[in-house]
Design a protein around this ligand. Structure first.
Ligand code: SAH
Ligand code: SF4
Ligand code: F3S
Length: 439
């Protein structure tokens, strides 16, 4: 390897992966590595991968293939994250120039794995899978997001939804102690962050190993950390969505008025085949609690269309649920068969074109729902946290507490910094964003 220890890291996938990368970067820096912006400048090239949908593995191999010539220049490659855990040592067979393969459940061993790499070892693996009860906690997190401090409170997943790779890629559910979480929240506040996002594949399955706080109590406690103005949390699972979460949002204005509650389907039959462990009625009861809140809590969801055996009637039930809940944001996906998952044996019966058609119908309908929902904000004054500035257009972008994107202008000569809060009067609305001017 080159004498100066440098690394390039690229991240794919969800916020958990994005935050894992912040921790991996901090760990590497602690080990004497310097981060660089291009593969060509790095002695170690790392991809933190995602395998949730489509042919994700193939994309990683294609990417590695593009850069494999750099191996001869002494550069080393590592594959991290969900594809690493899923494919394991098979990666060495398909891409022999890869030296390190590690899933997220093994990151706590990164310093040791890096030492072995530096000593010239190859085929180094961290594939702890579902054996470990340990979480990855480090004081060296290198926070890359200028306005949002992430905290993972629970890792892994025990739900085994029949379509999903996550239980196989991220290990079993394990929570961090509430005192450790609160300690990190205070450190984040000391760094100057005012927004915290609590993360977990099922964030509300949180179980304090110290037995002190429930999830709702932890939310309230984080919301009361001095200096913190916004607390978000994702992703909630309907199965564990309890009423006290809504009560906490009601009681603490620092908890953002937004809940992301993936439903996946509006058909009881399909939900059963997905092993989601709730019915549409169970789900809608929880939506009822959220809508009964004193605050206007914004709702968003994930939906899969074209799950094996989904009939036209099942799909209509999903459309009915969409109309009933009136979400502010929907992430819609075509079902994609994934390795190791139970749904793999079900016949992926819906042709790709039909899946695409259903997704389009769903998203078109949702766009109309959002057009109406967003229009309700016209002339309101919303508190917006600045996320970025587009100097070319003189526009500032940010989000409301409800997580709605707001693009606005300001008469200030100096552009507001990310993380600043401004009151913005809404002057126009679109189905996916609000437009306004700072007051
Ligand atoms: N833990 C969260 C979501 C994790 S993955 C939850 O249970 O809600 C994010 C989203 O990807 C899921 O909500 C689901 O809608 C989608 N997804 C997961 N596996 C998929 C697959 N095999 N095909 C299509 N979409 C999938
Ligand atoms: Fe996947 Fe289901 Fe776990 Fe979510 S709850 S990560 S969809 S298995
Ligand atoms: Fe992808 Fe793994 Fe997240 S599969 S969505 S990176 S948990």
């Amino acid at each position: 390897m080159a004498t100066e220890k440098t690394f390039y890291l690229e991240t794919f996938g969800c916020q958990m992966n994005a935050h894992d990368s912040e921790k991996v970067i901090g760990t590497l820096q602690q080990q004497g590595y310097r981060q660089v912006e291009a593969e060509a400048d790095a002695s170690l090239i790392l991809y933190n991968t995602c395998s949730i949908r489509d042919k994700a593995e193939q994309k990683v191999f294609n990417r590695l293939n593009d850069y494999k010539k750099l191996y001869k220049q002494g550069k080393r490659f590592g594959v991290l994250g969900c594809v690493a855990q899923q494919e394991g040592e098979k990666i060495f067979e398909r891409a022999p120039y890869v030296s390190l393969v590690s899933g997220s459940a093994s990151y706590r061993k990164l310093p040791e794995m890096l030492s072995r790499l530096e000593a010239g070892e190859s085929r180094i693996t961290g594939l702890d899978d579902r054996q470990t009860d340990q979480t990855f906690e480090t004081e060296f997190t290198s926070r890359q997001n200028p306005y949002r401090g992430y905290i993972t409170i629970i890792e892994g997943c025990d739900k085994f939804c029949s379509y999903c790779v996550v239980p196989y890629t991220r290990g079993k559910e394990r929570s961090r102690s509430s005192s450790s979480v609160l300690g990190e929240a205070r450190r984040i506040a000391d760094l100057g962050y005012t927004e915290i996002q609590l993360l977990g594949q099922n964030v509300n399955s949180y179980r304090d190993p110290e037995g002190k706080l429930s999830f709702a109590e932890l939310l309230a406690a984080v919301g009361q950390v001095a200096g913190i103005r916004r607390v978000r949390f994702t992703t909630s699972h309907p199965r564990h969505f309890t009423r006290d979460i809504v009560e906490a949002i009601d009681a603490y204005p620092t908890l953002c008025d937004h809940v992301h509650l993936p439903v996946q389907s509006g058909s009881a039959r399909i939900l059963k085949a997905m092993a989601r462990e709730y019915t549409p009625d169970w789900y809608l009861e929880r939506i009822g609690w959220i809508k009964a809140s004193r605050r206007q809590i914004s709702l968003s969801t994930d939906i899969i269309v074209g799950f094996p055996g989904e009939t036209a009637d099942d799909f209509i039930q999903t459309m009915d649920l969409l109309a009933e809940v009136e979400y502010d944001c929907v992430f819609g996906f075509k079902y994609s068969a994934r390795p190791n998952t139970p749904a793999l044996v079900m016949i992926d019966s819906i042709p790709e074109a039909e899946k695409a058609h259903r997704l389009q119908v769903l998203l078109d309908r949702q766009r109309e729902i959002q057009r109406v929902n967003y229009a309700k904000h016209l002339r309101e004054v919303l508190e917006v946290m600045v996320e970025g500035v587009n100097p070319a257009r003189g526009q500032v972008t940010g989000r409301s507490s409800q997580n709605k994107p707001v693009n606005f202008t300001t008469s200030q000569v100096i552009a507001p910094a990310p993380g600043t809060y401004l009151q913005v009067r809404i002057t126009a609305t679109h189905p996916n964003s609000l437009v306004g001017e700072a007051v």
